[in-house]
Design a protein around this ligand. Structure first.
Ligand code: KG4
Ligand code: ZN
Length: 343
């Protein structure tokens, strides 16, 4: 097959992942294999424990890479380049993946691409839906909440961000407070589906602010106060609190995205706006449904990659690597891992 075949490695949080992606000369992408091992050792701590995560990556990454190559029907010789997340993330885990990628690149003489994890989330919609630049990106994950104008590979303009907690973090903290376990997003979504969003009113922070920023810590405090006031909580209380939380989040996101779409239109006149949603929280169906409504009303197109490509995975890293390689970009073997690395 013609095109470029890239092995991608992701170890920046609690997923040990590797994938093989093909990028055709005309720019279409195809996933040849994708293996994601989610670490379950963190559940009892109610959050990711960095040292445990790094050790688990060490234990499992070699197998995960071998399986990804095997499922793609390739060995390392059939791969054109090796890409790995080089940050931002938990530095121990990032080092495991990046160092492994360096070793593979050195052993094979193939190019290494050090990928920004946020860029990998940002470019996923080009792999799944082949969309063109520029587009508006809502990145909502456990560590990040941003609205970004994506003008090209490596060309990002941040329009808004959170001034405190990330959205996924707000879901996780809500779940912890209500004893729903970790990761919290799916648990809160499931509980919310059984609840009444109108019984316990919660604040809707930042609605109406002139820049598309977010804030979730006040919402977290409000939930804690409501939970303490009603303790011990009945299953109905938990469901209603989750429903109210999710409905408040949906209202806030709709308002912030409406504003950002307006800013996008002003800055790129004549271009039909496309909103891409990325990051783990994009797997939330209530949020996706509200975004569909908001974008339809604004005359914009909405692109939400499938949930397995919204949460952390190796395919997005391989794809970001392929996009960079197609522009002639690769990295030296002494490239550093970075705990912090803004887009
Ligand atoms: O992108 P991701 O896999 O890892 C990071 O880079 O952070 O995102 C993980 C985050 C977690 O906070 C998780 O609770 C959240 O995404 N999440 C969800 C859902 N599925 C995952 N949040 C809300 N609803 C969901 N269905
Ligand atoms: Zn992520």
């Amino acid at each position: 097959e013609t095109g470029m075949i890239v092995l991608g490695i992701e170890t920046s949080c609690d997923e040990t992942a590797a994938a093989v992606v093909l990028r055709a000369p005309e720019g279409q992408g195809r996933i040849l294999s994708s293996v994601v091992l989610s670490q379950d050792a963190h559940a009892i701590y109610g959050g990711v424990v960095p040292e445990l995560a790094a050790r688990a990556h060490v234990d499992r990454l070699d197998d995960v890479i071998a399986t990804a190559l095997d499922e793609a029907g390739l060995d390392l010789a059939g791969v054109d380049a090796i890409a790995a997340t080089a940050g931002p993330g938990l530095i121990g885990g990032v080092l495991v993946g990046l160092t492994t990628a360096k070793a593979l690149a050195m052993a094979t003489g193939k190019p290494l691409v050090a990928v920004n994890h946020l860029e990998a989330h940002a470019l996923t919609a080009r792999l799944t839906d082949g969309i063109a630049f520029p587009y508006l990106l809502l990145l909502v994950s456990g560590g990040h909440t941003q609205i970004v104008r994506v003008d090209g590979v490596g060309r990002y303009r941040r329009l808004g961000t959170t001034i405190d907690d990330a959205l996924g973090e707000a879901f996780d903290k809500t779940a912890k407070l209500l004893d729903l376990g970790y990761p919290g997003g799916p648990a809160v979504e499931a509980a919310a589906a059984k609840g009444d969003p109108g019984r316990i009113p919660l604040p809707r922070p930042m609605i109406g602010r002139p820049t598309p920023d977010f804030s979730f810590s006040g919402l977290k405090t409000a939930i804690r106060q409501e939970a303490e006031r009603r303790a011990p909580l009945s299953p109905a209380d938990v469901a209603d609190l989750c429903a109210a939380f999710q409905s408040s989040i949906c209202a806030v996101i709709a308002d912030r995205v409406r504003l950002a779409l307006g800013l996008f239109r002003d800055s790129a006149p004549g271009i039909d706006p496309v909103l891409v949603v990325a990051g783990g929280v994009a797997a939330n169906r209530a949020i996706a449904a509200r975004l569909a409504e908001t974008t339809a009303k604004a005359g914009a197109r909405l692109v939400v990659p499938p949930p397995v490509l919204c949460t952390d995975n190796g395919a997005m890293v391989a794809w970001a690597g392929a996009e960079r390689l197609a522009l002639g970009l690769s990295d030296d073997l002494d490239v550093a891992a970075r705990a912090r690395w803004p887009l």
